[in-house]
Design a protein around this ligand. Structure first.
Ligand SMILES: Nc1ncnc2c1ncn2[C@@H]1O[C@H](COP(=O)(O)OP(=O)(O)OP(=O)(O)O)[C@@H](O)[C@H]1O
Ligand SMILES: [Mg+2]
Length: 481
């Protein structure tokens, strides 16, 4: 039984990693161009599509080659341990070598050789290696469009899922070839420079009708048993990881999706942003959620954010800081000794002009009694840690000596921490140490006219693709696209 997607009959390629990029597979009856330079693996991937079809899905296939003799293919593919002759004996595969015009002729005839062959083995998959030769038919003036169009129509007529192989670059510089329009998908294999001395093989899906694809270039490798594709950033969208830890919503649905539901309770996440990026909405949305959920929140104030500005921005997100203060579940660590409204007086821990030792002691003593009590009540704790402030007020050495330790203690106590930082300003050495000491990193930056956001580290070891941060009119005022 094939899976269906919105009522579609889906054909799984069976090539490791490829179906994941294709949202499960390709719709049955589609024609896909598989292009690449010589040696990129077109033949291998084409054969693998037929082989896996036969082995895993009980679907027979035909490989039509204009350029290589079957013998050559048997020999080349035996390198992967594939016994194609045996599949032919079982009527699961046919490898045929003929001239393009002969193929066309046989295809066009009712009950021609092609139709007979299809019936004979109940063929479902076809690979044509390659369509480039169609261009030589019909004289120099044509681009083979009539021929390619006819072949595509025949594939559709018999509901065959087909790969048309094509040399990449043969049409470079000219206008987009006709077949790009008439075929349903285009997959490109490339061999690129990589880290100066190396090369990397990448696969990219440029077009695929009726399928939700994973964008971008993905590595592929030749393994001893065929091609294996390694989807980049092992995407999160359609996978739900439930590791038993509660997830704290960020208040931004699209960000929660990237985080499998939110920040894992007890984790330490970095929010790394460059100075141009607007991270305020992201942060405020996260804290507003915590306050609305009834959690205890500790805010480390910076030179720019005071209790007052915090109150105002949280108000925008529908969270009342004042109420939370009256309920004794918010605390502020202030290095700048600013006056606050009377309701907040008990909540502020002033740490200006304190040595590092005194600072640690004061914060601990101020929070600890509440912490013990609230944990008994089942309250969750969330800490906003402003790394730039700690670095400038407590010094780099303090951060290096205590940060990992502080995070580990929070983790053990089930306290979730969000550290705001600017890795570029902090410098490579310290920032890579900070990155190591945290469970996850959310990076947001401005490039040109867009702000981007990407999860570059997460507890499960996954990254997300970079998303564009778009401002919207209503709460939570941002969304990721
Ligand atoms: N175990 C292996 N067996 C066979 N080929 C391998 C193996 N490992 C890597 N390769 C590489 O695979 C390439 C062959 O790939 P393939 O013939 O599928 O490419 P192609 O794109 O069809 O090339 P062409 O345009 O020349 O037809 C060879 O260049 C070879 O370097
Ligand atoms: Mg080839």
């Amino acid at each position: 039984m094939q899976e269906t997607r919105l009522g579609q009959d889906i054909v799984h390629t069976g090539v490791p990693g490829l179906d994941e990029l294709l949202g499960g597979g390709v719709p049955r009856g589609t024609t896909i161009i598989l292009e690449g330079n010589p040696g990129t693996g077109k033949t291998t991937l084409g054969i693998q599509f037929l082989l896996e079809g036969a082995r895993q899905y009980g679907e027979s296939g035909i490989y039509i080659t204009f350029e290589e003799l079957p013998e050559q293919i048997y020999r080349d593919m035996s390198g992967f341990g594939w016994d194609l002759r045996e599949l032919e004996r079982q009527n699961k595969l046919r490898i045929i070598c003929l001239e393009p015009d002969v193929l066309l002729d046989q295809m066009m005839r009712t009950d021609g050789l092609f139709e007979q062959l299809i019936r004979e083995i109940d063929c479902k998959r076809v690979v044509i290696d390659s369509i480039s030769l169609f261009r030589t038919l019909g004289g120099l003036q044509t681009d083979g469009r009539e021929q390619i169009y006819s072949v595509r129509n025949i594939m559709r007529k018999f509901n065959l899922t087909a790969f048309f192989l094509r040399e990449y670059g043969e049409w470079e510089g000219r206008s987009t070839p006709f077949e790009n329009y008439v075929c349903d998908g285009i997959i490109r294999l490339s061999l690129r420079e990589h880290m100066e001395r190396f090369r990397k093989r990448t696969i990219e899906i440029l077009k695929m009708r009726g399928t939700c694809i994973v964008e971008g270039e993905h590595h592929y490798r030749f393994l001893s048993d065929g091609i294996c594709i390694l989807p980049a950033l092992s995407m999160v969208e359609d996978k739900i990881v439930s590791d038993g830890v509660a997830r704290l919503s960020t208040g931004i649905q699209s960000l929660d999706d990237l985080l499998f539901g939110g920040l894992p309770q007890g984790s330490a996440f970095m929010l790394d942003s460059n100075s141009k990026a607007n991270y305020k909405y992201l942060m405020t949305s996260i804290y507003a959620e915590r306050i609305k959920e009834g959690d205890c929140v500790v805010f480390m104030l910076s030179g720019l954010s005071s209790v007052e500005t915090l109150e105002q921005s949280l108000e925008l997100f529908g969270a009342s800081l004042r109420e939370a203060a009256l309920e004794e579940r918010v605390f502020f660590i202030d290095h700048y000794h600013r006056q606050v409204a009377p309701e907040y007086e008990k909540s502020v821990i002033y740490v200006d002009r304190l040595s590092n030792g005194e600072y640690q002691k004061k914060v601990y003593e101020a929070i600890n009694p509440y912490f013990r009590e609230s944990v008994v009540e089942g309250r969750r704790w969330f800490i906003h840690y402003d790394l730039n402030t700690v670095l400038s007020e407590r010094g780099r050495e303090y951060v290096k000596r205590h940060f990992a330790d502080e995070m580990a203690r929070c983790r053990a106590a089930g306290v979730t921490v969000l550290c705001q930082s600017n890795f570029t300003e902090i410098g490579l050495e310290t920032s890579s140490f900070l990155e190591r000491a945290s469970n996850g990193v959310i990076r947001t930056w401005v490039d040109g006219s867009y702000q981007y956001l990407q999860i570059t580290k997460s507890p499960g070891g996954r990254m997300s693709a970079p998303h564009i941060v778009e401002n919207i009119r209503d709460r939570p005022y941002v969304r990721l696209i």
